[in-house]
Design a protein around this ligand. Sequence first.
Ligand SMILES: Cc1ncc(COP(=O)(O)O)c(C=O)c1O
Length: 419
Amino acid sequence: MTNIGQGDVATGCNAFDVSRIREQFPILAQRVRGKPLVYLDNAATTQKPQVVLDRLSRYYSAENANIHRGVYALSQDATEAYEGARRKVAAFLNAAEPAEIIFTRNATEGINLIAQTFGRSTVAAGDEVVISAMEHHSNIVPWQLLCEEKGARLRVVPINDAGELMLDELEKLLGPRTKLVSIVHMSNSLGTINPVRQVVELAHGLDIPVLIDGSQAAYHMSVDVRALDCDFYVVTGHKLYGPTGIGALYGRRHLLDAMPPYQGGGDMIKSVTFERTTYNELPHKFEAGTPHIAGAIGLGAAVGFLNDVGFDGISLYERQLLDYATEALSKVQGLCFIGTACDKASILSFVLEGVHPHDIGTVVDAEGVAIRTGHHCTQPVMDRFGVPATARASLAMYNTTDDIDHLVAALSKVREVFS
Ligand SMILES: Cc1ncc(COP(=O)(O)O)c(C=O)c1O
């Protein structure tokens, strides 16, 4: 096998040099349990490049002030940095305007925001919300809560044995009672990339809006919300090489304008009297209280970093790494992949015959290899495949073939221990 981790991947534009990428992530130089850290839990959260760490430190050491209401220079600078970050995220997702980007705590809050505003104002008894069988709990539970409150019905599009969405079944589920389709772009437990453009086309054919959960997709591939033609798209900062506690929701202006506010408080109002309150313009209508200013600015730095590296290089490199890893892991005795979609990215979920996934995680951890084991917040996926849990290695741009080789060696230790 070619060792793609050691050299450049010619991308057609910039060469992707993984060793130069790794130098930008100080945490990767660490030793864990006396071994070099092999971090393969990127689907849970990614590590942070120096440029993001520096931006957070600069904000708190030189720019910290509350935003939007201060007339003094520091507050105006902080406001400009915060709104600048919104412009960067808008450009990153190709939103039509920055006002279509609402900062949230994470993807979970973005989905809950839609359920509590758009959902509560449009879904009535007997209506339906359509999701898929591969959703993260974040894209299941908010809809269950809504459906319970309204007497509506949650419909679930099944997946096939490879972990692919069954589009023909989706088509059958859509109808006059469907008020929203909410679907994951890329599955965190299977790696499947869904044909979201086709989903949007099918739904829009019946005037049904579509929310896409881009938590996993947005750090592996370029996302263009206008090309996808979706109505809402959520991302979460900590998977985008940015800080925790910050995420973003994209929504079409006319939908956001028509939606009631999410939470009440400072900044989301135009005027308040005891008799009547009027609400602020977009995007502030949905950002009550002091936001995570540093987080948004850090997220702005993270998307700047992603742009600088470039998705052409990232996607191609990660594709080659996934191929390498798939081939290497498939040689491990007794290993069975869960999630073998034709179109997938950067996730290797697997079970090992006779070994509980938690035991796999513990033994490989002793070798310095960090993978995740469990249901990955997708219990219905585990039920679908008849397993209690899987072991999951998930890749990011800084992983190398060496990392994969370490994982394979650690899995041999698992075999030794449990044979
Ligand atoms: C597909 C998917 N959706 C939603 C989420 C929730 O992200 P967060 O916890 O940052 O809100 C995750 C996190 O793992 C995810 O992978």
